[in-house]
Design a protein around this ligand. Structure first.
Ligand code: AMP
Length: 282
């Protein structure tokens, strides 16, 4: 595995590959868990060359968010990547990605940016889209692997790649969960044992909502009500939003139909968690 920190090194490593090699790219913020590993494995299954980046991107963190305390485990991450057969491990500095802290050109997103998490994190998805565009332009992958865990992020990147003809195929990968259903996340380590135990209510609420949605009701409000009732029953859960929306446009629904995203954003202590499931209705 090549462990690279400079953009030009990644470009020359990729340029030296023969043209007929397919490149799979997994962008991450590091502190790997099995969710990250599942994306790397999928990329390795489907592509000749696997590139992984680890970059805690400052432009997607708002004021008062957890940029400074975001967990960083670059040595462990590079060992795991090596074990998984990653070919290129790109871990740039902030200065390498934003020389002199300067970035004047940003990806401007449509309405999708303001929905769900976007309503509470102004500028977050602009930061995500811009860094994914920069990284994708450096790596020029055939396939880009992202988790459904961060469903809005997946949709934002899919739209950007399509709208800007970036030429990569975006592959959404299923969410890996802990035994109690909690979605794996680098941020889970922030929680106290009590908060961590309480956080399983997120998955329980999603399963409750699924049950209600599958009773034959067409009412999105009934599904939302089931989500809220379950979440507020947990005293350590501070609810931010629930959403029952179209999984493509992320427009809120009143009537269930087609592919429906059921999503939750909630705090446990100071840790913000997001999770979602997708259900199909004929
Ligand atoms: P992050 O390092 O948190 O930015 O995540 C890097 C990539 O891994 C993103 O595409 C995430 O959606 C994905 N990811 C994070 N958690 C999970 C999980 N539990 N299961 C599958 N993919 C995940």
């Amino acid at each position: 595995m090549e462990l690279l920190t400079k953009k030009f090194q990644v470009r020359s490593a990729i340029n030296s590959l023969s043209n007929n090699k397919s490149i799979g790219f997994v962008p991450t913020m590091g502190s790997f868990h099995e969710g990250h590993v599942s994306l790397i494995r999928k990329a390795a299954e489907e592509c000749d060359v696997v590139v992984v980046s680890v970059f805690v991107n400052p432009t997607q963190f708002g004021i008062g968010e957890d940029l400074a305390k975001y967990p960083r485990n670059i040595d462990r991450d590079s060992c795991l990547a090596e074990e998984e057969g990653v070919d290129i491990f790109f871990a740039p500095s902030e200065e390498e990605m934003y020389p002199k802290g300067r970035q004047e050109t940003w990806v401007r997103l449509g309405e999708i940016e303001e929905k769900l998490c976007g309503a509470f994190r102004p500028g977050h998805f602009r930061g995500v889209a811009t860094v994914v565009a920069k990284l994708t332009n450096i790596v020029r992958p055939n396939k880009l692997y992202l988790g459904e865990k961060d469903f809005q992020q997946l949709r934002v990147v899919q739209r950007m790649v399509e709208d800007l003809d970036m030429g990569a195929e975006v592959i959404g990968c299923p969410t890996l969960r802990e035994p109690d259903g909690l979605a794996m996340s680098s941020r889970n380590a922030y929680m106290s044992p009590e908060e961590r135990a309480a956080a399983k209510v997120i998955y329980e609420a999603l399963m409750e909502a699924k049950k209600v949605a599958q009773t034959g009701t067409h009412s999105a409000d009934r599904v939302k009500q089931a989500l809220v009732e379950k979440l507020v029953s947990e005293p350590l859960c501070r609810l931010q939003f629930v959403s029952v929306c179209d999984s493509e446009s992320l427009e809120e629904l009143t009537r269930l139909g087609g592919s429906v995203l059921i999503a939750i954003g909630a705090y446990f202590g100071t840790t913000r968690m997001v999770d979602s499931i997708v259900l199909s209705f004929s």
